[in-house]
Design a protein around this ligand. Structure first.
Ligand code: NAP
Length: 261
């Protein structure tokens, strides 16, 4: 791997085609999710037969997101490039928490998940993890250390960091609520909840937009699109649900974007 070269045209056509098809799929998924809520948590209609504990489901479905990119990094000797090491460190900052810490922080009373939904999440992470491992480490577009001084890396890293803090803080507040009132939902408050109903989703979307910028990769772009496809409709559904459940729900609070949406 040439350590000081900024761009190398090693991406095979099949990988690019696959990734653009994958990215394009986010659009119909978003359209579907505007009409059908993913059936977990408060939107689970209770008609699914096979359910699995939330903790186990998150552990199983998110683990490939750690293992596949980390495996590709090792296989491709990614440690020889500080840029690739940086990519992996940032990725793992989010995913070690989501896959291996978050599940154990979930209250035992968190709503169980339909097994089918867990399998869909698993499939998503197998594809997304493979695309990231391949684009970032096996056929890297950027590996030279000069990338660390590029405005896209610097801006993306700041955006990712802001998103990570918002996501983590909001998740902490929700997990505390779930522990305090098992089996019952209440109105979250504090932090970014002052302005929006789903700051955890806002943080997540911000993270992956920052990631797409800092890696400047098709895989990053596709992941940002998929995250929005999943979480924008779900934020709107959560927001409507809060209004329906709590007549005194803060009127000025928006669904996802402070003051806007
Ligand atoms: N990148 C992606 O495409 C993607 C997709 C999905 C999720 N995620 C991320 O994964 C994380 C979890 O997502 P999620 O959809 O499970 O979030 P969520 O619906 O906000 O639930 C998170 C946890 O908080 C509890 N909770 C939520 N609101 C509550 C309230 N008002 N009162 C009491 N407890 C409450 C939930 O309990 P219950 O389980 O009992 O509802 C659950 O244990 C988020 O950070 C999200 O950004 C990412």
């Amino acid at each position: 791997m040439p350590p000081e070269t900024t761009t190398v045209a090693t991406d095979p056509n099949w990988l690019a085609t696959l990734t653009w098809v994958w990215l394009a799929l986010a659009l119909p998924i978003a359209a579907c999710l505007c009409f059908v809520n993913a059936p977990y948590g408060r939107h689970n209609p209770g008609t699914w037969r096979r359910m699995i504990r939330a903790r186990t489901a998150w552990l199983i479905m998110e683990s490939p997101a750690v293992l596949l990119p980390a495996g590709a990094f090792v296989w491709a000797r990614g440690w020889e490039s500080p840029v690739l090491g940086g990519f992996l460190a940032i990725w793992l900052l989010h995913y070690v928490h989501r896959a291996w810490i978050y599940p154990f922080r979930l209250a035992k009373t968190s709503s169980p998940m339909p097994v089918l939904l867990m399998l869909m999440g698993l499939l998503f992470n197998l594809i997304n993890g493979s695309l990231h491992g391949t684009w970032l480490f096996v056929h890297p577009g950027v590996i030279g250390t000069d990338w660390l001084g590029d405005w896209r890396f610097a801006t993306g890293a700041v955006v990712f960091g802001i998103g990570f803090v918002i996501n983590l803080d909001s998740c902490n507040r929700l997990l505390r609520l779930r522990r305090e009132k098992p089996g019952e939902y209440s109105v979250p408050c504090g932090g970014m909840f002052r302005w929006v109903s789903c700051p955890n989703y806002l943080g997540e979307i911000t993270e992956w937009i920052g990631w797409a910028l800092l890696t400047w990769s098709p895989a990053g772009l596709a992941f940002a699109a998929w995250t929005m496809a999943n979480l924008v409709p779900r934020a709107r559904a959560h927001h409507r649900w809060y209004h329906a459940q709590f007549p005194d729900y803060p009127a000025k609070r928006k669904a996802l974007l402070p003051g806007l949406f």
